[in-house]
Design a protein around this ligand. Structure first.
Ligand SMILES: Cc1ncc(COP(=O)(O)O)c(C=O)c1O
Length: 394
């Protein structure tokens, strides 16, 4: 191991202003999707070098920014992009909110497969559009797309946009190519544009691979926008650096116009260089990170099997977010999460915020040191043992 993912970094320091670690004494945060690891050394050096310059005026997109994305996705995801079709954005969420505004009208439906990343709801509702959920089917072990339901909802003339999460947060699923092909076909037939949010795509188990939505068919390529970023992969969310890829020129013009009107298409003094450094130097670091997170996942799987068999961890291949079925203990994930925080200091997310059947789940972020993961599991065990179960009939 060249990189030390066991290093305990104090993220409660004042200078850091960490959202995740804005905690009460003794708490352990395993909620919001960022990692407790230091980023790639070359990225740190790039930031330090840029900071040491001392001037921080407006930045322009440097030569090489789009090439860095193209090269990374070609080499690591077998997806060939054209560099001129990439547009900088200050984040996936600002870009998605902007696209909701520029690609749909007020009161139209935006389709999402739930449970899904909670902020999609905000991007839709805050802009006066309607959330149309197509709940995924959970068979007690895993999730599947309900294609019959999806087709019906796509066919609604009020549905003009779908936001797909690929891989899927919070369930951690890598969509198989045949599902993506089917979604693309339905979307095209029903004149529904697809935004594929792929910010978690690099965080898959060793030897697993995601499939870029735009790569699966002509329909997918021509009728989609892909959100990409180094933010999740390299723990750089606070730098606010992302991109959207749009192959269809008409769609690209509308998206570009929207991002610029909303003033979310210009990077800060660090945003471009940091992305370039990450995609240029980050592969070895990422390979070790994947192995470390995978071992964390194995640890939790074994711990739950031995100590908390009434919880069911959905076995999936992507993200550092674990989706845990708590239905034998509670049907109110929010209440259970609040209880765990109060009683044990463990801060996880109640699954209700993700829609669908999320209330029967907790989401646990394991992108932290093994020591913290073990501590988190101990707290979970204590909390579940003490939790009185008035809210379900058993
Ligand atoms: C699916 C998904 N999209 C977007 C984001 C946030 O992206 P950004 O910080 O670039 O706005 C997250 C963060 O958790 C996420 O899970």
């Amino acid at each position: 191991m060249r990189y030390d993912f066991d290093k305990q970094v104090d993220r409660t320091e004042e200078l850091v202003d960490s959202l995740k670690w804005d905690i009460k004494p003794g708490e352990l945060p395993m909620w919001v999707a960022d990692m407790d690891f230091e980023t790639v050394p070359e990225v740190q050096e790039t930031i330090q070098k840029r900071a040491s310059h001392g001037t921080f005026g407006y930045a322009i997109e440097p030569e090489g920014w789009s090439e860095a994305y193209v090269k990374w996705w070609k080499e690591h995801h077998h997806f060939q992009m054209q560099k001129e079709n990439l547009i900088f954005a200050t984040g996936a969420v600002p870009a998605i909110s902007s696209m909701v505004r520029s690609l749909t009208n007020v009161a139209e439906n935006v389709l999402i497969m739930t449970p899904v990343y909670n902020i999609f709801f905000n991007s839709i509702l805050n802009n006066g559009r309607k959330v149309l959920e197509s709940p995924m089917v959970y068979d007690g072990k895993a999730y599947h797309v309900d294609f019959e339901d999806l087709e019906k909802k796509m066919a609604d003339p009020q549905t003009t946009l779908m936001i797909l999460c690929n891989p899927h947060n919070p369930i951690g699923h890598i969509w198989p190519e045949e599902d993506l092909v089917r979604i693309a076909k339905l979307a095209k037939e029903n004149h529904v544009v697809v935004i594929s949010d792929e910010v978690h795509c690099d965080l898959v188990d060793p030897d697993k691979e995601y499939t870029a939505f735009a790569s699966v068919s002509t329909e997918a390529r021509e009728n989609s926008i892909t959100c990409l970023a180094p933010s999740k992969t390299f723990n750089l969310a606070g730098i606010q650096s992302a991109a959207v890829y749009v192959e269809n020129p008409l769609l690209r013009q509308r998206v570009w116009r929207g991002l610029n009107t909303d003033e979310v298409a210009e990077g800060n003094a660090f945003a471009y260089e940091v992305a370039m450094a990450a995609f240029t130097y980050g592969w070895d670091w990422l390979t070790e990170l994947r192995a470390y997170i995978y071992e964390n996942k194995q640890f939790v799987t074994a711990f739950l099997r031995e100590n908390l068999p009434e919880l069911h961890l959905i076995p999936e291949d992507a993200t550092y977010l674990l989706w845990v079925d708590i239905s034998k203990v509670s049907d109110d994930g929010r209440k259970l999460a609040a209880y765990l925080r109060k009683e044990t200091g463990l801060w996880v997310t109640g699954g209700d915020v993700y829609g669908g059947d999320g209330a029967k789940f907790l989401r646990i972020n394991i992108a932290t040191t093994r020591k913290n993961v073990a501590d988190g599991m101990r707290r979970l065990k204590t909390g579940i043992a003490k939790y009185e179960r008035p809210d379900i009939t058993r």
